[in-house]
Design a protein around this ligand. Sequence first.
Ligand SMILES: [Zn+2]
Length: 275
Amino acid sequence: MVHIPMVGDTSARRGGRKLNIDELTSEDFSAIVKRNPIAILPMGAVEEHGSHLPLGTDSFQCEEVVNRLAKEFGALVLPPIRYGDCRSTRNFPGTISLSFETLQAVVMDVLSELARNGISRVVVLSGHAGSGHMASLKLAAQRVAERHANMKIMVLSDYDIAYDLAGKEFPETDGHAGQIETSRMLAIRPDLVGAERPCGDSRPPRYMIVNDPERCFPSGVMGDSRDASAEKGKRIDDYIFTELSRIMTEDFGAQREKGDTSASDIGKEEESHGH
Ligand SMILES: [Zn+2]
């Protein structure tokens, strides 16, 4: 039987080897932990993304990158947390946000449990990049790092990297549900991208505390999605993947796995798979 990766397939495999923690047995997991693997925790959000993108946009983009990284480094993939702390889009229909404290508590618990299970290197990669959301993740990681001296944790958003390209290949003002985000979704989940290409040129004031931030961007979009394309999205994703690979190698001691996996690999499936 050939495993045919489908668009939107969330299973990460290298050769026939399973990389998703929740697809492994307890025994498989225990054997893999002895090799000191990196674990990656994908963080998403359920959040308004204009009239053209789905609420799970941040989850889909992040999980795509995480699966590529996992295959490259033989890293384990944790079940994604597809909720985040979403403030500026809070009052749009469909945004389902966790509070700062809840998010922090959930991520702290997951990271602590990983430490208890002997995992010592974790990358928390978030598709949602709101400042409050990222602060919550960083605080959670900080607290766990304080309690577990051996634990190395990296926390970042793929948008920390993607927005390097704003002001270069893409407009300086590109943001939420704009050209970069729309392009990335066209590259990975075109089936979920609507025909409209909205444009919004304003955003909530940076330092004001307001209850109705949506008043400043009624379109729910920050940027111009009209020139988005799948080809641009693929280039952006390649850039994110390359940069993240470099960061993980340089700052985290991640090592690329060479060649394909052998028959002795733990957690492999019975059948051989096509690639
Ligand atoms: Zn987004």
